[in-house]
Design a protein around this ligand. Structure first.
Ligand SMILES: *[C@@H]1O[C@H](CO)[C@@H](O)[C@H](O)[C@H]1NC(C)=O
Length: 288
């Protein structure tokens, strides 16, 4: 069999094959335009046309969807996981907080900087977590959804109003740091320094420490971690089981939150008129 091509109506190159048996050139695949062989038509067939249009429309639709998501909250709203398990906070609106997997360093024997004996280095490490930041100001509009209420401390109108508040997570770390300082093997050092919580008399210090302890108890119970600690074997001679504290966790971005709190602190020095004077009925008889 031999193949040859011919021009068909000046547009389509058609293939004909000569059949040895008939010795005649017989159109084999080149038919008249009315024929069923659609692939060889000069214009795309109906289905091809539909397909191309569909693809173009789909791409446009995806593009429009992308633009819409860009302009709406959808593309950034990775915070939904955290929103479900958190009191509302401007931090959830300001930051793209999403959960990330973090490998804990659960070393039993090897102490990192946060576990060092009392001294300037370990203090600096804890300080760098933002545990002693000044409060932040929360705009009035955001305060109400964040469970702050009008009876609480606010800035005066002259300073733009808004609530004075601390980020809970940093307070928790402040508390943990106080427990560290109060540990029997650290407390003498910090008593001698007489700074922070140690400026107060024994009764207040004691009260402060137990307040911190109980706050952390409630927080840990609130977010009770249902992850598991497996066990490892150690000691080649006489293998013994020991908990494996090097576990994976779903964590919030602490560093982003710390940075937010750092940037939103009230000024270091504020005027006497900085706070709006309280209404009489908003002032309590004693510290709750
Ligand atoms: C955990 O931290 C300690 C102290 O910094 C270090 O010696 C150890 O190698 C770390 N362990 C892992 C598994 O990263």
């Amino acid at each position: 069999m031999a193949d040859s091509t011919i021009e068909h109506k000046g547009k389509v190159r058609c293939v004909t094959r000569s059949r040895a048996s008939s010795q005649e050139n017989e159109p084999f695949v080149c038919h008249s335009l009315d024929d069923a062989d659609r692939d060889l038509r000069p214009y795309p067939s109906f289905t091809t046309f539909t397909l191309i249009i569909s693809v173009i429309l789909s791409i446009s639709a995806l593009f429009m969807l992308g633009l819409w998501m860009e302009s709406s909250d959808l593309h950034v709203d990775q915070t939904w996981e955290i929103r479900r398990v958190s009191t509302d906070s401007p931090i959830l609106h300001d930051l793209d907080l999403e959960l990330r997997t973090v490998q804990f360093n659960g070393s039993f024997l090897h102490a990192n900087i946060f576990r060092q004996p009392a001294g300037p280095d370990v203090d600096a490490a804890w300080e760098s977590l933002g545990i002693n930041y000044r409060p932040v100001v929360i705009p009035e509009s955001q305060g109400r959804t964040a469970e702050l209420n009008e009876g609480q401390v606010r800035l005066s109108e002259a300073y733009g109003g808004g609530y004075v508040a601390n980020v809970e997570g940093l307070h928790h770390l402040h508390c943990l740091n106080l427990l560290r300082q109060a540990l029997y093997f650290n407390v003498d050092y910090y008593r001698k320094q007489g700074q922070g919580a140690f400026v107060n008399d024994e009764f207040i210090l004691h009260t402060h420490i137990t307040h911190c302890l109980d706050t952390l108890r409630q927080q840990l119970m609130c977010v009770v971690d249902v992850g598991l600690l497996g066990q490892i074997w150690w000691d080649k001679e006489k293998p013994k089981a020991f908990p494996d504290f090097n576990t994976k966790h779903k964590c919030r971005d602490f560093e982003a939150v710390r940075k937010w709190a750092e940037e939103h602190q009230v000024p270091e020095k504020t005027a006497r008129t900085y706070l709006r004077p309280p209404r009489r009925e908003d002032v309590l008889d004693s510290i709750p």
